[in-house]
Design a protein around this ligand. Structure first.
Ligand code: FAD
Length: 401
């Protein structure tokens, strides 16, 4: 057990779950992650193992066959998994967001239909807001749904779907005109549709095409795709929550817990980078002594470890706030912002400690160096986090003059 990033006040059950996941990561993920990543290969055996551990149902209520655990337990598991390989945490994350949105906003029928199979990992979720022309500015979504009898007809192009190919359920945010006349505020005219499809690529359902995997600099193994809707017919009972016009709020709720998850990923990757850096610093000698004995390198290690501790504490605080039933957008935004920036910095320092070898694909830090930047972008960029944090601070500290 590492000295850093301890979490106090966990129940026995939480401790057991997190330590089981940590063992799994050490035995089943770390030894194969870099090789699979270099081949951009989907980690099927790892996913099967996570399914067996019940990870796909970790936060799904027990009545639907899940483990009914808290956001904190979930985030600590994600931290462990990302320590092993960030892509694997990505496979779980969008599934988790969709399951959370169903639990919070789904109709009884939708929950009964999807959640038991999601808890078992048999139905896996992706969520889709971004389009080729927008990511931060969700209000500019141009994909459309038009009512036609008991169905909606969806048209438009979506971008950057994590698990777009491997999922069988996609929560898609589109603009719906029905009941929302011209001039309605953009966020009031958006609807989330629950789109079922076959996993795979090409035309996976009439009117729905997943063209192929986007080739990325890192975050490999997990598939990231576009999604094209061309006259895709979706029954009205697959509107999330049964009422149109609520999609924006439902997605923002999902993204808020997703931000704690991305913060947890940043913590996990930073921890691994620190482990690699502190080990290498004691193995490599220059000028007659291990580089760890040079004060400049010790200072680096000190800074890295302090960042690992700080990010973990903020992530845990944001998760606990949500678990207590309170609004946590401020804490989640801060945790996501800080953990992703610190992650990038800790990874860069570990890379520098490795000297030239850090540039070689033989060393794990090379993979981490390509993975960390994704956390600066996913679930909202640093600028978007700072906008959220700034607005919330002005609400809290309103000048009463
Ligand atoms: C690997 C990967 C996986 C992803 N997975 C998903 C997914 O599963 N589902 C999904 O819906 N999306 C996904 N995304 C998309 C992701 O959420 C967006 O890329 C992200 O929100 C940023 O949007 P953008 O790329 O359009 O950048 P833009 O919004 O175009 O921003 C470009 C730059 O401008 C800055 N900027 C934008 N607006 C402002 C402003 N008002 N003030 C100051 N600066 C601003 C941004 O911070 C950024 O630096 C994924 C992206 C990646 C790379």
């Amino acid at each position: 057990m590492s000295r850093l990033a301890q979490t106090h006040g966990l129940s026995d059950v939480q401790q057991e779950i997190v330590s089981t996941v940590r063992d799994f990561v050490d035995k089943e993920i770390i030894p194969v992650a870099t090789e699979l990543e270099h081949r951009d290969e989907y980690p099927q055996a790892i996913v099967d193992g996570l399914k067996e551990l019940g990870l796909f149902g970790l936060m799904i209520p027990e009545e639907y066959g899940g483990l009914g655990e808290s956001l904190l337990t979930y985030a600590l598991c994600v931290e462990e998994i990302a320590r092993g390989w960030m892509s694997v945490s990505g496979i779980i994350n969008t599934h988790f967001i969709v399951a959370y949105m169903l639990k919070q906003h789904g109709t009884r029928e939708q929950r009964d239909h999807f959640l038991p199979r999601m808890a078992a990992g048999d139905v896996r979720g992706a969520f889709s807001m971004s389009e080729p022309a927008l990511g931060s500015d969700v209000s500019a979504i141009s994909s459309k749904a038009v009512k036609d009898g008991d169905e909606y007809v969806l048209t438009g192009q979506k971008m950057w779907l994590t698990n777009g190919g491997t999922s069988s359920l996609v929560a898609v945010l589109v603009r719906s005109d029905e009941g929302h006349p011209e001039g309605t505020a953009p966020h009031r005219s958006m609807t989330t549709f629950l789109v079922e499809k076959e996993p795979g690529f090409g035309e996976v359902r009439p009117g729905l095409t997943i063209p192929g995997k986007i080739d990325k600099m890192g975050y490999k193994g997990v598939d990231t795709t576009e999604l094209i809707m061309d006259g895709l017919r979706v029954p009205a009972d697959r509107v999330l929550g049964g009422v149109t016009g609520r999609g924006f709020y439902q997605m923002m709720d999902g993204v808020e817990v997703g931000r704690v998850n991305v913060a947890a990923r940043g913590c996990g990757v930073a921890q691994r980078a620190f482990e690699l850096g502190v080990r290498y610093a004691q193995q490599r000698s220059t000028f007659g002594k291990p580089i760890a004995q040079h004060q400049a390198i010790q200072f680096k290690l000190a800074e890295m470890a302090t960042k690992v501790e700080a990010a973990h504490a903020m992530m845990v605080n944001a998760a606990r706030k949500k678990d207590s039933g309170q609004r946590n957008d401020l804490e989640a935004g801060m945790a996501k912002y800080l953990a992703s920036e610190y992650c990038k910095e800790v990874v860069e320092d570990a890379f520098r400690i490795h000297g030239g070898y850090g540039f070689s694909k033989e060393y794990e830090i090379e993979r981490l160096y390509r993975e960390a930047p994704m956390l600066l972008i996913g679930e909202g960029t640093a600028e978007i986090q700072k906008m959220i944090i700034g607005r919330r601070l002005l609400e809290e500290y309103r000048f009463q003059g």
